[in-house]
Design a protein around this ligand. Structure first.
Ligand code: SF4
Length: 457
């Protein structure tokens, strides 16, 4: 069995499963957020009754993150619905934007878009917050009402996005009927060269198979090359499995996974026991691809979908209006550090927006010092509009007052994960997906630029 099959076999109480089997699996965690949470709660109440209780109040994790820092009253109302539900159900893990459980978030115009407008429990973008808060464990099943839930496959778990109807059912029963996906095998060899990042690996893979090339399939990443990839790198890669249509992405368990998960579970007082899955000899794959990391170059996914792969060095003719770094995929501490390394001591020539994925990342950047200055200061001095209001922001467009949203047709290079028309706002805008290093180099020139030209010695 493949890694995915082994987890699904265990979660369904069977000795073996194979691709195509339909099995009932037990969920370890159900995550929902402000966009899909209200709908999920509605399904749950309709199907299980107004006074029904969730199957396990310690396993439903609720993370508002999408449309938070906006004056849009419907978006604010969604977070209120989550808060009311958490109070009613006694749910343990709710990362509210405000500290008062009976309160209501309101936009503070005196702080504007850049200064922090959240309380002490807020956790930021769900997929980045889940591991930080100790909710991702090897060998487990994580369902989330968001397509990029697959990011947690970085931790050797089966993690996938589900719709509100399925999530309402999981909320009531803790189970879900799943078809076991076929597995595609991506064997990574070698090490990345300077200026090339994990984002380039996944953009390369999606470019090979197309944006629907892994539809309802597991994407298994393993091989000697994985050892050189950090946890953040693996998260970037697993996150974008869905951009090829993948059911899930999954990595092998190793000492790095163990160190990260053990530390985070201990830090947050969450469950510390888990059982990783290891590779077997009899794995059956429907596809095999070997990726020599040392041969990869800075890569861009062009408008209008994540499979439109080109090399950054071939795209110098594309003039840009905007650069954006943020999201679950590209808004991690390591992403901002690489971004800052390229920008340090220089100045951007186009509007450039920076949105850390979580408050913890804001803190990291405001406390990490390079010489006399913090990384945050270096970015601000380089002309980046950095907001402390961690969240999804313009990755998903959002209400018209969303920070960084494209409200007119323009071309943007972005460290986010999805570039279908209208994704970041205006439906005639164009989004070019790239690594944080490529976004930074392009912000300095106003054209798509290979970051290897701008790297410090
Ligand atoms: S940052 Fe973007 S991709 Fe990630 S959860 Fe938010 S909207 Fe989705």
């Amino acid at each position: 069995m493949t890694l995915t099959e082994k987890i699904l076999a265990r979660a369904s109480g069977k000795a073996r499963v194979q691709a195509g089997d339909n099995v009932w699996v037990k969920a370890d965690i159900l995550m929902t957020h402000d966009v899909c949470g209200p709908g999920t709660i509605g399904v749950f109440k309709r199907e299980f009754g107004k006074s029904a209780k969730v199957w396990d109040k310690t396993k439903v994790v609720i993370i508002p993150d999408h449309y938070i820092f906006t004056a849009d009253s419907k978006s604010n109302r969604n977070v209120d619905i989550l808060r009311d539900f958490v109070n009613e159900q006694g749910i343990t893990y709710f990362y509210d934007v405000i500290d008062d459980p009976k309160g209501h978030w309101v936009f503070d115009a005196s702080k504007g878009m850049l200064q922090r407008q959240y309380g002490s429990n807020y956790a930021g973008v769900c997929h980045t917050a889940l591991p930080q808060k100790g909710h991702t464990r090897p060998g487990e099943i994580l369902f989330g009402t968001d397509s990029h839930t697959c990011m947690a496959g970085a931790f050797n778990e089966f993690a996938t996005g589900i719709g509100n109807t399925d999530a309402g059912f999981v909320m009531g029963t803790g189970k879900l009927l799943l078809k076991v996906p076929e597995t595609m095998h991506f064997r990574l060899e070698g090490e990345l060269q300077p200026g090339v990042m994990a984002k380039d690996i996944i953009l390369h893979c999606i470019g090979e198979i197309g944006f629907d090339g892994a539809t309802y399939r597991a994407m298994q990443f393993d091989g000697a090359g994985v050892a050189s990839l950090t946890i953040d790198d693996r998260m970037t890669i697993a996150n974008m499995a869905i951009e090829a249509g993948g059911k899930n992405g999954i990595f092998e368990f190793d000492a790095r996974t163990q160190a990260f998960v053990d530390y985070r579970c201990q830090l947050n007082g969450t469950k510390r026991e888990y059982q990783p899955v290891e590779r077997e000899r009899d794995e059956k794959f429907v596809y095999e691809m070997v990726v020599d990391l040392s041969k990869l170059e800075p890569t861009v996914a062009c408008h209008p979908d994540p499979g439109q792969r080109k090399l950054a060095k071939e795209m110098g003719g594309v003039k840009l209006d905007r650069a954006y770094i943020g999201s679950c995929t590209g808004g991690k501490t390591s992403d901002f550090l690489e971004f800052a390394r390229v920008l340090r001591g220089k100045h951007v020539v186009i509007d450039t927006f920076g949105v850390p994925a979580t408050p913890e990342i804001v803190h990291d950047l405001q406390s990490a010092r390079w010489g006399e200055k913090t990384v945050w200061q270096i970015l601000v001095e380089a002309g980046v509009q950095m907001t402390e209001n961690a969240g999804c922001a313009a990755c998903l467009g959002g209400p018209v007052d969303t920070f960084g949203r494209m409200n007119s047709p323009m071309k943007c290079i972005s460290a986010t994960n999805r570039n279908f028309p209208g994704r970041m706002g205006h439906k005639e805008s164009q989004v070019f997906l790239a690594s944080p290093a490529t976004v930074a180099a392009s912000a300095l020139t106003g054209k798509i630029t290979d970051p290897r030209q701008s790297l410090p010695n």
